[in-house]
Design a protein around this ligand. Sequence first.
Ligand SMILES: NC(=O)c1ccc[n+]([C@@H]2O[C@H](COP(=O)([O-])OP(=O)(O)OC[C@H]3O[C@@H](n4cnc5c(N)ncnc54)[C@H](OP(=O)(O)O)[C@@H]3O)[C@@H](O)[C@H]2O)c1
Length: 283
Amino acid sequence: MQTVTLNNGVEMPILGFGVYQIPPEQTEQAVTEALAVGYRLLDTAAAYMNEEAVGRAIKKSGIPREELFVTTKLWVQDAPSEENTKRAFEKSMAKLGLDHLDLYLMHQPYGDVYGQWRAMQDLHREGRVRAIGVANFHTDRLVDLILNNEVTPAVNQIETHPFFQRTADQEVMREHRVQIQSWGGFAEGKNNLFTDPVLSDIAEEHGKSVAQVVLRWLIQREVVTIPKSVRPERMAENFDVFDFELTDDQMARIATLDTGSSLFFDHRDPAMVRRLGKVRLND
Ligand SMILES: NC(=O)c1ccc[n+]([C@@H]2O[C@H](COP(=O)([O-])OP(=O)(O)OC[C@H]3O[C@@H](n4cnc5c(N)ncnc54)[C@H](OP(=O)(O)O)[C@@H]3O)[C@@H](O)[C@H]2O)c1
């Protein structure tokens, strides 16, 4: 598997498997199938409510721990957030059945972000987490966090797909040595992504599917990607993207699809700030 090297030297697979919106009762099976296909990077979150099922699939697989790259995410914590963050981390670790994590992400740029980050830095220093990062940070918030803390986030996981390409954001992240990771690489199928004419033409030129073209495009941009599927045939299709290459012309044609805005929601929308800033997990 092709990898990227994070700013602290940790190697991360460029392609992994995401489990958002997979119901807990379906997750063990889905992760078991994904591991059988060959995925080694798994992306879950406390907020997805399926960490235990991910943990069971990992255990059952018998795959040596060092071959896996497991990510989970911290949900929004308020003060005293250093204490709360460590408690939330231990809860996730118990659910996953792991003694250390490969990547811990702050899920949202809300709550006591600085307190959360201090606690995450401690977990990193103590060797509980190999790398720490953030998700859904616009570049101004990201750079602010970098300038005012000791550890630079290794990763920023943000909405990135053909209709919201984030190339300028990626440039800023590159300058600060923060790895971009795509969530919603298929835009969850919005905007008729899977039948888009530009992507369909390119897919036909390679005898590949639109999904494969999108993943290939992300990988060629050095964007780590974590497609989600509950169907084994699609998991295999999404994994089979290392035997072809998009040309400069094809990359340029895909670049024309960028709308420059989210297909989901704006993290700066005051209504969203109010809503997400308040949501608490009650387990
Ligand atoms: N940090 C964050 O705030 C955040 C937010 C969202 C997501 N994420 C992470 O990013 C991961 C990926 O994003 P996502 O799950 O939102 O959406 P996505 O990967 O863009 O799209 C998943 C959708 O595409 C379908 N699909 C998958 N492979 C396909 C294929 N080859 N052909 C046609 N359809 C296909 C899936 O259906 P089937 O399952 O039926 O195949 C599902 O409906 C998540 O699972 C999660 O780990 C993070």
